[in-house]
Design a protein around this ligand. Structure first.
Ligand SMILES: NC(=O)c1ccc[n+]([C@@H]2O[C@H](COP(=O)([O-])OP(=O)(O)OC[C@H]3O[C@@H](n4cnc5c(N)ncnc54)[C@H](OP(=O)(O)O)[C@@H]3O)[C@@H](O)[C@H]2O)c1
Length: 336
């Protein structure tokens, strides 16, 4: 293999410095599967890792960032994979404790590698990326708790972001009526309604309770929440009897100050979503669904921008400032 390029992140004087550098195959960590990376994507976690050394995402800098990738197997010491196989990797230690996807080549354990399902291209796999996978996991979790479209509207927070937008489009595809919450209501209403299929777009002020109380008017059958933070107790208070929230995020903060009343008086369920260590068998199933019944009709509409490795530092700043609008796809292989 010739030299290749990757985004190197270092912690210098308590600041993350990122540069595109040249590496050799010997620089890659151990693993059974060597992959030529075609695409990656920018997720909130990449933004944290690329801008804030104290975020806790990365314990030991330096690191090649990038928590997801799609590409083609170059060689494999594990018989499950052959040269030429198209594959996806998300989560585990990728881009966190093990060199990641913002790299023209990656070497990873075979146990992390998911075959690209039929019905998805490598590009589409990273339009979804970790955000899409997390949205799919959230929708799947609601279904496993018995939520169905006829039960009422579903609320999705952080709607202009990756997880939120994907969840809206997937729920719409399954026949749900979706209400979207966005701080950028004024700018994003067309995108969320005409593009993704939300029925209504609400500002966070419109879902917050005027007078704080543990139980309020029952507004939604289910909620997909990638934001968390101060909105959380008010959302739980407005779930239907037997309703369910799939909680995946902390963009709004990590504090959780609620009461037990929605749980013990309305049988409300709160399901935690973790995409990093989600069991392998479930991954295979979910990626299969993302290639079929969960695949939004116009997946491309969720792409805000397509960038290269050199553009990543600016994209990290943008996602941390909450200025994203859908997904940032990273074209890692040259000339695709
Ligand atoms: N559990 C898991 O395995 C998992 C996997 C992937 C992502 N996540 C988490 O899910 C969240 C979303 O990830 P993402 O990649 O979709 O990020 P993203 O594209 O940046 O979307 C996050 C959205 O949340 C809203 N937001 C951001 N900062 C906020 C704040 N301070 N207060 C309220 N709302 C805020 C914004 O939407 P509006 O401006 O439209 O309101 C923003 O677009 C992150 O917290 C991430 O860590 C978790």
């Amino acid at each position: 293999m010739e030299e290749f390029k990757a985004l190197w992140a270092e912690n210098i004087d308590a600041k993350v410095e990122t540069t595109v550098r040249t590496f050799n195959e010997e620089d890659l960590p151990d693993g059974e599967v060597l992959i030529e990376v075609h695409y990656s994507s920018v997720n909130y976690k990449d933004g944290l890792a690329g801008t804030n050394p104290k975020s806790g995402v990365i314990r030991n800098y330096p690191m090649i960032l990038g928590i997801d990738l799609s590409g083609v197997v170059v060689e494999s010491l594990d018989p499950t994979f052959q040269a030429g196989d198209k594959v996806i990797v998300t989560g585990y230690g990728l881009g966190v404790s093990h060199f990641g996807g913002f790299s023209q080549y990656a070497r990873v354990p075979a146990a992390w590698v998911v075959p690209l399902p039929e019905g998805l291209s490598l590009r589409e796999a990273m339009i979804f990326g970790t955000a899409g996978y997390t949205a799919a996991e959230s929708v799947d979790a609601l279904e496993k708790q018995g939520i169905q479209p006829r039960m009422g509207n579903v609320l999705v927070t952080g709607a202009s972001g990756g997880v939120g937008g994907m969840a809206i489009a997937m729920l719409k595809r399954l026949g749900y009526t979706v209400e979207a919450v966005s701080r950028k209501k004024a700018d994003c209403t067309d995108y969320l309604k005409k593009g993704l299929g939300a029925e209504a777009v609400l500002h966070p002020d419109e879902v917050a309770l005027e007078k704080k109380r543990p139980l309020a008017q029952q507004r939604w059958a289910a909620i997909v929440d990638p934001v968390g933070g101060p909105m959380l107790p008010d959302l739980l208070a407005q779930l239907h009897y037997g309703g369910c929230m799939a909680l995946s995020g902390n963009a709004g903060g990590i504090a959780f100050e609620a009461t037990v009343l929605p749980f013990i008086l309305r049988g409300v369920k709160l399901v935690g979503i973790d995409s990093v260590s989600h069991p392998y068998a479930e991954r295979i199933k979910l990626w299969g669904r993302m290639a079929s019944d969960l695949k939004p009709e116009n997946l491309d509409l969720l792409v805000e921008q397509e960038i290269t490795l050199e553009d990543l530092p600016v994209a990290f700043e943008k996602i941390m400032e909450g200025k994203m609008h859908g997904r940032t796809l990273v074209k890692v292989k040259q000339g695709i």
